[in-house]
Design a protein around this ligand. Structure first.
Ligand code: IGP
Length: 270
């Protein structure tokens, strides 16, 4: 793995040493997130026949720089909720995505939707932290883990009452997943070596998961055609950030996309 993920993971490991000194593992027990009732990320994604949208709150990305200069995370999340998003993903990585754990906490106090923490998780400390700041689910990226670390993180998620969205890029990643303990699979359509997006590659990988797995197509999605195609292929959910973040009203964009998805599905597949 020689790409941006390596750089981000190295930075994360470095920052973690400092953070652990500021707040200990045990300190998290008194955080408000532990009092919040857990919302099921998994069932919200798979509860309907039509595609569900995980709408992402993301100010910047390594490939695009600042995407949304005028960034009010709580306002964006509330607009997503009102527009019919199924769940909300919140970037918390600071150095590369200009995210913040405080955004996650602030959003968790205002929305009724399940929240996914999007970060580079390499240590059970971060899993507990995810719950402490009010999330319901955590993203676990297979490619930044080694050996037993992957299963340890998935077990930590269960221990702290979180759903785990386990993310793959390729067959290698997929082969490392133990589907006895993983029930939500994400495939990133974006190749992190050259940032190219291929939705079809993502779909074929997702379809290799065992029956009953909740399937999430991630990245580079923006059209009703994309949504209709995913729905036809039996993919439960689409994770979308940049497209919404570039629209003046991200809520209106979610509503529009859900409507276009229906129109396209009818037009092409029924
Ligand atoms: O903004 P996009 O292209 O709609 O993509 C959203 C999401 O899939 C992307 O942010 C993402 C997918 N996997 C990640 C892992 C870490 C950080 C970010 C991501």
């Amino acid at each position: 793995m020689s790409n941006i993920l390596e750089q981000i993971t190295a930075q994360t490991a470095y920052d973690l040493v400092k953070r652990k000194k500021q707040v200990s593992f045990a300190d998290f027990n008194s955080f408000e997130g532990f009092e919040k009732k857990h919302l099921s990320f998994k069932s919200t994604l798979s509860g309907t026949d039509s595609i569900s949208i995980i709408a992402e709150v993301k100010k910047a990305s390594p490939s695009k720089g600042v995407i949304r200069p005028d960034f009010d995370p709580v306002d964006i999340a509330l607009r997503y909720e009102e527009a019919g998003a199924a769940a909300i993903s919140v970037l918390t990585d600071k150095p590369f995505f200009k995210g913040d754990l405080d955004y996650l906490e602030a959003i968790s106090k205002r929305t009724q939707l399940p929240l996914l923490r999007k970060d580079f998780i390499i240590d059970p400390y971060q899993v507990k932290e995810t719950r402490a700041y009010g999330a319901d689910a955590v993203l676990i990226i297979v490619a930044i883990t080694e050996g037993k670390q992957l299963d340890e993180l998935i077990h930590a998620a269960k221990e702290f009452g979180l759903d785990a969205l386990v993310e793959c890029y390729d067959q290698n990643d997929l082969d490392r997943i133990n589907f006895d303990i993983v029930d939500i699979l994400g495939v990133n359509n974006r190749d992190l070596k050259n940032f190219e997006v291929d939705v079809h590659r993502g779909i074929s990988l997702l379809k290799k998961a065992p029956k009953g797995t909740v399937l999430v197509s991630e990245s580079g999605l923006s059209t009703g055609e994309d949504m209709a195609l995913l729905q036809k292929e039996g993919i439960h959910s689409a994770l979308i950030g940049e497209y919404f973040m570039r629209q003046k009203d991200p809520g209106k964009a979610v509503r529009g996309l859900l409507e276009n998805a229906k129109v396209e599905f009818k037009k092409q597949y029924s």
